[in-house]
Design a protein around this ligand. Structure first.
Ligand SMILES: Cc1cc2nc3c(=O)[nH]c(=O)nc-3n(C[C@H](O)[C@H](O)[C@H](O)COP(=O)(O)OP(=O)(O)OC[C@H]3O[C@@H](n4cnc5c(N)ncnc54)[C@H](O)[C@@H]3O)c2cc1C
Length: 394
């Protein structure tokens, strides 16, 4: 939508979008829990991942400020929340889709919905076969998304089309997805959110290797963990990895140990559960005590006997990553069309006048508006390249 609109606005004629769904932007309309987190105040390239290149060049050409200026030109008001995530003031993702829909109509872009592309080929020009017919085009932009949440329309066709032009597709993984864990005792924590630090550890060659670390919200679910922090770590996880949660990331073990020892002396006759009251969420406290072999029925005096173990567990609560929740539940695809095979402005090095943008490319971002920014930026950059080429051709 961004690419088509920018092209049409710059005077390129005959721009068309072929969309398999009955309406445009179904995924965009579902983003950010329906609120549309379109970008982030902190647009550093460290928030992006690619095994074959970097998002940096594209973001330099069309970054956060360009996007916000443009969205405001389209008639929307946008603002950041306290952690820098930018949303429409309406807090309705669908209203962002509407801004594009109105502008596309006004700019004269032909929007053909219900048109599933089946095959793309190139002779002198491109030929695009859909289930209803065949279209010809001088330029072709593949903006088919990835494989994540296929119910919104993108189910991996973009990779198939890119492969048919000789492109390499790097291994694909579901990312920004909740994690299943092998431990079932945390079911008792379902619905509880806790601010944690986390460390993801993998056994490699018999040794523990730290794969990723982070801080943020963890939300316990009926089958594992979710939340901002987990989404960020999910991109790096494999089944069998250990995830250690620190429930008290802003405190030292020593200070917590000394506070709990004092409390145990003062309130020796209270129930064990009360030891951790005011320190961690009470349900988390109960699970921690249970894992340390302490039943809620015993007194704090008894619990105090294993205080070093309790403190250790508050700072490193172990979870084992289970089977992946898969693309069905993921927000984004990690991997895609190799960036090595695209030029700086996302034209294919394998096929002249073919551009590949958005999630189809081997770039994915953290949770927080980074993936939409990439989709918008890559669309704008490809449009600029096509327009320049058309101007030079005249
Ligand atoms: C639930 C959810 C919430 C998210 N929230 C956020 C968020 O708040 N912030 C953020 O930055 N990112 C978020 N994301 C990620 C973000 O939405 C995507 O990375 C982004 O939409 C990718 O844009 P795209 O244009 O590349 O692909 P898409 O948005 O997937 O669009 C591709 C389009 O191509 C169409 N298509 C695919 N194949 C064909 C075909 N063969 N023929 C015709 N049409 C086809 C699809 O129907 C689709 O409409 C979220 C994702 C999900 C699933």
């Amino acid at each position: 939508m961004m690419c088509a609109l920018r092209l049409a606005e710059s005077g390129v004629r005959g721009v068309a979008i072929l969309e398999k769904n009955e309406r445009l932007g179904r995924k965009l309309s579902a983003t950010g829990n329906g609120q549309g987190n379109v970008t982030n105040e902190d647009m550093a390239s460290r928030h992006y991942f690619s095994s074959t290149g970097s998002a940096e060049n594209v973001l330099k050409r069309f970054g956060k400020s360009d996007l916000l200026q443009y969205l405001s030109k389209l008639g929307g008001l946008f603002g950041a929340d306290e952690v820098g995530r930018v949303y429409p003031a309406s807090r309705q993702a669908s209203s962002v889709t509407d801004l594009f829909r109105f502008a596309l109509a006004r700019a004269g872009v032909r929007v053909l919905t219900g048109e599933t592309v089946l095959e793309v080929r190139k002779g002198a020009d491109f030929s695009v076969r859909t289930k209803n017919g065949e279209y010809g085009a001088k330029y072709l932009v593949l903006a088919c998304g990835g494989k994540a949440s296929p119910h919104f329309g993108s189910d991996g066709d973009g990779y198939r089309f890119a492969s048919s032009f000789g492109h390499t597709i790097t291994p694909l993984f579901p990312s920004l997805v909740r994690l299943r864990t092998e431990q079932t005792d945390i079911r008792a924590l379902k619905g509880i959110r806790s601010y944690c630090a986390a460390e993801l550890i993998r056994k490699e060659g018999g040794r523990d290797k730290t794969i990723a670390v982070g801080r943020g919200d963890v939300l316990f679910t009926d089958a594992g963990v979710s939340g901002d922090l987990i989404f960020r770590l999910s991109a790096f996880c494999a089944q069998g990895d250990k995830l250690y949660l620190n429930f008290l990331p802003d405190f030292s073990k020593e200070s917590v140990f000394s506070l709990l020892s004092e409390k145990a002396r003062y309130y020796a006759e209270l129930g064990a559960e009360d030891l951790l009251r005011g320190v961690v969420n009470s349900a988390i406290g109960r699970v921690v005590l249970k894992r340390c072999g302490i039943s809620s029925a015993v007194s704090i005096r008894k619990a105090a006997a294993v205080l070093p173990t309790i403190v250790k567990m508050l700072f490193a609560f172990e979870l084992t990553i289970g089977k992946s929740e898969g693309f069905e539940n993921a927000q984004v695809t990690k991997g895609g069309v190799s960036m090595r095979e695209l030029d700086d402005r996302l034209m294919s090095k394998k096929c002249d006048r073919l551009y590949i943008i958005g999630e189809t490319v081997d770039v994915d971002g953290e949770c927080g508006g980074y993936n939409l920014q990439w989709a918008f930026s890559s669309g704008a950059v490809a449009a600029e390249a096509i327009k320049e080429r058309e101007c030079n051709a005249v």
